[in-house]
Design a protein around this ligand. Structure first.
Ligand code: BTN
Length: 244
């Protein structure tokens, strides 16, 4: 992971470049990193604020030989790798909000966006976009984000080396990815659950088709969230925004 790095100063989105490189068959583990994105993309077609020199904006290309249904597991694996890297470099203890937001003191530090290129039901490439707020001050965030987003600088009180965090993410990711390829998702799921805040709590999941309210029971072996509503019905949630 990260032996082949495409570094750019300013891009529209590192996802876009990674998609192009993936169709050109660059080696697995290739990473696109940019200092700034002018149209960074988040989940559910939202913009992702990516100012210059302060964050880590990168996209990783993977080609696991697994069926399409396993892609969400790699998103959860990525969240574990980033939490471990943040713990290692800063000593802080982030938490994961399903599926893949990383929070410190309840505010979002990191977002992950997984996209795929597939043929039939086989994955050609998975592109995992990671956005980490590292050295932004409060004023660097637009007003509408100031209460919900934060950075490692704000939470730790010190500026941090983005290069050390990137290296640490690669190291942790590679270990977890090899474990995943050898033993499957189960060991990753256990690690993920150890960092998850939503499990066992009451929450609201806003999906494309409606709102499900209830208690989060955990995730399935595929990484799907299970919620039990007031009447005891268990819902399987593949994609949603969660409110605790
Ligand atoms: C989310 O909505 O939480 C996911 C945010 C993902 C942002 C990253 S930054 C690098 C990569 N390039 C993009 O345009 N988006 C992802």
């Amino acid at each position: 992971i990260g032996k082949n790095i495409h570094y750019e100063e300013t891009v529209e989105s590192t996802q876009k470049i990674a998609h192009r490189l993936a169709s050109e068959n660059v080696p697995e583990g290739t990473v696109v990193i940019a200092e700034e994105q002018i149209s960074g993309r988040g989940r559910m077609n939202r913009p992702w604020h990516s100012p210059k020199y302060t964050g880590i904006w990168m996209s990783l290309i993977l080609r696991p030989n697994v069926p399409l249904t396993k892609a969400p597991q790699l998103t959860l694996l990525t969240a574990v790798a980033i939490v471990q890297a943040i713990e290692e470099v800063t000593g802080l203890n982030p938490e994961i909000k399903w599926p893949n937001d990383i929070l410190l003191n309840g505010k979002k530090i990191t977002g992950i966006l997984t996209e795929m290129q597939a043929e039939a039901d086989q994955i050609h490439s998975i592109i995992i976009g990671m956005g980490l707020n590292v050295n932004q001050t409060k004023d660097d965030f637009p007003p509408e984000l100031q209460n919900i987003a934060s950075s490692l600088l704000i939470e730790k009180g010190d500026a941090l080396s983005r290069a050390s965090i990137i290296r640490s993410i690669f190291t942790h990711f590679e270990k977890l990815y090899l474990l995943f390829l050898e033993k499957g998702f189960y060991p990753i799921k256990l690690l993920w659950e150890g960092y998850a805040i939503s499990i066992g709590k009451m929450l609201k999941a806003r999906t494309l088709t409606g709102v499900i309210e209830g208690k989060a029971l955990g995730i399935t072996d595929e990484g799907v969230l299970k919620i039990e509503d007031a009447s005891g019905v268990i819902h399987h949630v593949y994609s949603a925004d969660i409110e605790l």
